[in-house]
Design a binder for this molecule. Structure first.
Ligand code: NAP
Ligand code: ZN
Length: 365
């Protein structure tokens, strides 16, 4: 018997120039918009210009906050809110990578509730003003997930703020990802891959999330072949963006699993980009599975013959350097074990030794 509920409220609009072509869809969200973006990339890849054009077409007034850093902090969310709270902001357009979209979701909660920023971590089920997601990386899928991952410096880590903010619309235009450097392209692409895998090999997986994950894995596998020969054409970009948004839909249902829980420390302490931080944990993570039927199917779908072969590919396409001491490994393992929620999505029993094994088998160059 199938027992699950499935909800994906985000409207997805894809295609070249889809934002400007569909600017009418913005009318119903109000008369005053805040555009939230990173420091520079959206000014160079055409996404910010299109966003402004779409708003001007509809006579919607706007302000711009262009100071979202990578792995955005609670402080940045607060700054954007304080700078704009008296402007009557009706909705937010988030233009950029996962950092801009995640920060925008948290800001959208503050605009709706007018609360001190820290309360977004403690209060439950907070509503937000509408968010429109325009991704310019192809990896996080934040445009189709309800999650917002912020850096909480007081706790020395990154975490999901625990609210549910699905963007109202995701505009997917792969042209914005065309000038992304190769290293950012690969580190974000493997993030999408890890979402697909962790959603597929997950306690909460169901027939619908698996159907999406399987299609996403095929698209990722085709793109992986191109990335290995540095083919980053628009066709490859389109596949990666679609795989990434599909992966977002998958983890919206299932959540992520061990590598995401274990990778945040590698971003916070070692500075690895988010996707790479997860991917380096994959050799150990995949080898931990005792039941391997679905794991074998995953490898088949991406067209890679073994875990070792996948590790060789990741080593070749990702740019990273990482060393972990035994005492760091033990500290990270204890931190994961102290929060049972971090283990519950893994469909098999997880022991301390499993976690140590995963960190010790970290991918090295
Ligand atoms: P990002 O941190 O948003 O951006 C990384 C870098 O790429 C930035 O320097 C950015 O520059 C640049 N960039 C963005 N688009 C570009 C483009 N088209 N061309 C050239 N450079 C570009 O990277 P991300 O991997 O997309 O997002 C990572 C964040 O998302 C992490 O905080 C992670 O925890 C979170 N995440 C969230 C979810 C979710 O479901 N909400 C899922 C996975 C990960 P600018 O600053 O100049 O824009
Ligand atoms: Zn991720």
């Amino acid at each position: 018997m199938y027992e699950f509920s499935y909800s994906m409220p985000t409207t997805i609009i894809t295609g070249h120039n889809c934002l400007v072509k569909n600017s009418k869809k913005l009318r119903k969200y109000g008369q005053r918009c805040l555009i939230v973006t990173g420091f520079s990339s959206s000014k160079l890849n055409g996404s910010l210009e299109d966003c402004i054009l779409a708003l001007e077409n509809e006579d919607i007034k706007f302000s711009i906050f262009d100071k979202v850093e990578e792995n955005p902090s609670l402080e940045t969310v607060e700054t954007a809110y304080l700078e704009n709270r008296d402007k009557g902001i009706d909705f937010i357009m988030a233009v950029g990578g996962g950092s801009a979209i995640d920060a925008a979701k948290a800001m959208a909660i503050l605009f709706r509730n007018n609360i001190p920023v820290k309360e977004i971590l403690s209060l439950k089920n907070l509503e937000s003003i509408p968010v429109i997601g325009i991704p310019t990386t192809a990896g996080t899928g934040s445009e189709t997930t309800p999650y917002s991952i912020l850096t909480i410096h007081e706790e020395g880590t990154k975490k999901n703020i625990g609210q549910k903010i699905f963007p109202e619309i995701a505009f997917l235009d792969a042209r914005y990802t065309l000038n992304m450097p190769y290293n950012t392209t690969t580190s974000t692409a493997v993030d999408a891959f890890t979402h697909l895998v962790e959603g597929y090999l997950n306690t909460n997986a169901n027939i619908l999330s698996d159907t999406l994950a399987e299609k996403g894995l095929v698209l990722f596998g085709e793109s992986l072949k191109s990335l290995q020969v540095s083919d980053c054409s628009i066709e490859v970009r389109e596949k990666l963006l679609m795989a990434s948004s599909i992966a977002g839909m998958v983890i919206s249902q299932t959540g992520t699993s061990l590598p995401h829980a274990m990778g945040y420390a590698l971003t916070y302490d070692k500075g690895l980009p988010h996707g790479t931080a997860n991917a380096v944990l994959y050799p150990g993570y995949l080898k931990c599975f005792k039941k391997t039927a679905k794991l074998s199917r995953m490898l088949e779908l991406i067209g890679v013959e073994s875990i070792d072969a996948l590790s060789i590919i990741f080593r070749a396409i990702l740019d990273f350097k990482i060393e972990l001491t035994e005492s760091e490994i033990m500290k990270y393992v204890e931190s994961i074990l102290s929060n049972e929620k971090k283990l519950k999505n893994h469909p098999e029993r997880v022991t301390r030794d499993d976690l140590i094994f995963i960190y010790r088998n970290i991918l090295k160059k």
